[in-house]
Design a protein around this ligand. Sequence first.
Ligand code: FE
Length: 204
Amino acid sequence: MFQLSYGLYILLAKEGNKLNGCIVNTVVQQTDEPKQISVTVNKNNYTEEMIARTGRLNVSVLDETAGFGTIQQFGFQSGRKVDKFQQETEYDMAENGLPYIIKGCNAYLSAKVMDSIDLGTHTMFLAHVTDGAILSENPSMTYAFYHAHVKPQPPKKAGKGKQWVCKICGYIYDEEKESIPFRELPDDWVCPLCKHGKQDFEEK
Ligand code: FE
């Protein structure tokens, strides 16, 4: 599965006055005539709930100029707790009334949900594309590009304590800097930045 390639996208929703979005790597074109896509998103994401209730979504295509800040803003915090659109977000509203992101994105699609499939941890939405636009010719960001060029690279290990690095966001757990140091990460360990579990950490 690690050899599969992915893009990176901001999945956007609007419910009432609430705007929200999250990062996904699972937007796939299914057919061109009619234009249909699938989007798979974790049920823990508030965006998933909003799309399930409203039946509408936008997809902003991240490009290679997007910084780690954009990934953090939409990916590493929950729309249940913060308003992701009050944090210097450059966005505009599409014809369907949902937001799309301008900065760091080269295109957007608007889509109407036709069907959804319960995949256990995730929901797959099958959606009909109703609108969209190209915003720039910057190359689209792939998941591989994110790992190689956007995610902070861990600095060289200095002390003797153990360190574990999050493979998703680059967060470093440094035993020597913690008030309650672990010799091993506990099984229920969760990355404080991106919320991924112990399985996504590796020891330096
Ligand atoms: Fe992380």
